[in-house]
Ligand binder design. Structure first.
Ligand code: HEC
Ligand code: HEC
Length: 351
């Protein structure tokens, strides 16, 4: 009798010990996995950097075409594409990134102004996500250092997607398809892997082979005479001092309205003071990230507040506000002809 209960006791203790060890190793495993750093990918993983060298000397550089991605990277990118269109990332499950960044329409919001889950019109114009990967910072005021950090802001912003991580994670974790799609990450479904997949996908949203890039790579006939004159004017007037590099912008901050009159400035500011809102420094008042002019012909309206309906208007005002000169009609026309040559190949995402 005594022997029997002793054996039972021993068995129970042993079982308990096994369970304890099992639990421990499980929990340390998942902790370890959660803490495992994400695999990083660099430009060489995404783009053909050397295949099409630049031939024409210019402060503007061509967009490198995508290369065939490695299978693990491609799997993450595919997941990011899915998430970009997934309304479960929004509080009311009605809005996705794509609602305001319409990839068939230049990657911005073709409605002119964006409304999120709250139904309120956002104060800033949605920039395009195409080539955003080449910007030195993200947002009009550059408040995010990279795409992964950027992605969280619209998701959590009450006026944009109004989401919350616990709810989003719970929704995705209960979807077997998502659980299996996220198996490309040893960490599984976490806020960080969601942001990472979105950012990797966005790095594939590039628009190479624009006529101007083909010209830079030595195809003289890729742009015509008037477009070339437009480019020369762009350089001569000084537009190029702010809009240059791969994105023809997106690589520095500049003041908007350097030469604007008091009345013009008031109208431009409305309730938006650019980087001043982040730093509180007087020198940052009306400082914005110089926007990229890639595909600019596809993305009206213009400026941080979407206040200019046409490219002609935006160009004329750039003359007035940034260069202190009234551009002539034919100059505006030539500049616009040049800007149109910056429209690249969006075909991948149009399909
Ligand atoms: C309700 C509309 C809306 C939704 C939804 C939305 N965005 Fe945006 N997006 C904007 C606006 C407006 C800005 C500019 C805000 C600013 O600069 O302050 C912006 C800026 C960006 C930028 C910066 C681009 C640049 O050139 O600086 C990126 C990248 C971006 N969004 C990606 C995303 C992703 C990824 C999602 C989904 C997770 C998303 N957006 C959802 C409206 C939206
Ligand atoms: C001193 C720097 C500077 C110069 C010079 C300059 N720009 Fe700009 N450009 C900016 C900034 C900053 C913005 C963003 C302004 C805003 O949103 O309020 C901008 C915006 C634009 C836009 C609108 C882009 C969009 O997506 O909304 C166009 C088009 C443009 N510039 C073209 C030109 C042309 C053409 C010239 C020469 C005639 C020029 N810029 C000269 C800094 C400059």
């Amino acid at each position: 009798m005594l022997q029997k209960s002793l054996t039972t006791l021993l068995l129970i203790t042993l079982l308990g010990l096994f369970w304890f060890i099992g639990e421990r190793s499980l929990s340390t495993l998942s902790e370890g996995q959660k803490e495992a750093p994400l695999q990083r990918f660099d430009e060489h993983d995404f783009y053909q950097l050397d295949k099409f060298p630049q031939q024409v000397d210019s402060p503007i550089h061509p967009i490198p075409p995508l290369k065939k991605l490695s299978p693990p990277l491609q799997a993450r990118v595919n997941l990011g594409r899915q998430l970009f269109q997934d309304v479960r990332l929004s509080g009311n499950q009605k809005i996705s990134c794509k609602s305001c960044h319409q990839l068939e329409q230049g990657g911005h919001d073709s409605r002119g102004g964006s409304t999120g889950t709250s139904g309120k019109l956002l104060r800033r114009n949605s920039p395009t996500v195409y080539n955003a990967a080449f910007n030195f910072r993200q947002f009009w005021d550059g408040r995010s250092a990279n795409l992964s950090a950027q992605a969280e802001q619209p998701i959590l912003d009450q006026n944009e997607m109004g989401g919350s991580w616990p709810v989003i994670l719970q929704r995705l974790l209960t979807d077997p398809n998502m659980v299996s799609a996220f198996s490309v990450y040893p960490q599984g479904i976490t806020a960080e892997t969601i942001r990472d997949a979105l950012s990797l996908y966005e790095r594939t949203l590039v628009t190479p082979h624009s006529p101007f890039d083909r010209y830079l790579r030595g195809d003289e006939s890729a742009i015509n005479g008037a477009q070339k004159r437009g480019y020369l004017l762009f350089k001569k007037l000084g537009c190029i001092s702010c809009h240059q590099g791969r994105n023809v912008g997106g690589n520095l901050y500049q003041k908007m309205g350097i030469y604007a009159t008091e009345a013009q400035l008031t109208q431009l500011q409305e309730d938006d003071f650019g980087r001043y809102e982040l730093t509180g420094m007087e020198s940052d008042r009306m400082l914005f990230k110089v926007p990229s002019l890639r595909n600019v012909a596809l993305t009206p309206p213009y400026f941080h507040n979407g206040s200019r309906a046409t490219l002609e208007q935006a160009v004329a005002d750039m003359g007035l506000f940034q260069l202190g000169r009234e551009l002539e009609e034919h100059q505006i026309e030539l500049l616009v002809l040049f800007l149109q040559t910056l429209t690249g190949d969006l075909s991948e995402e149009k399909k």
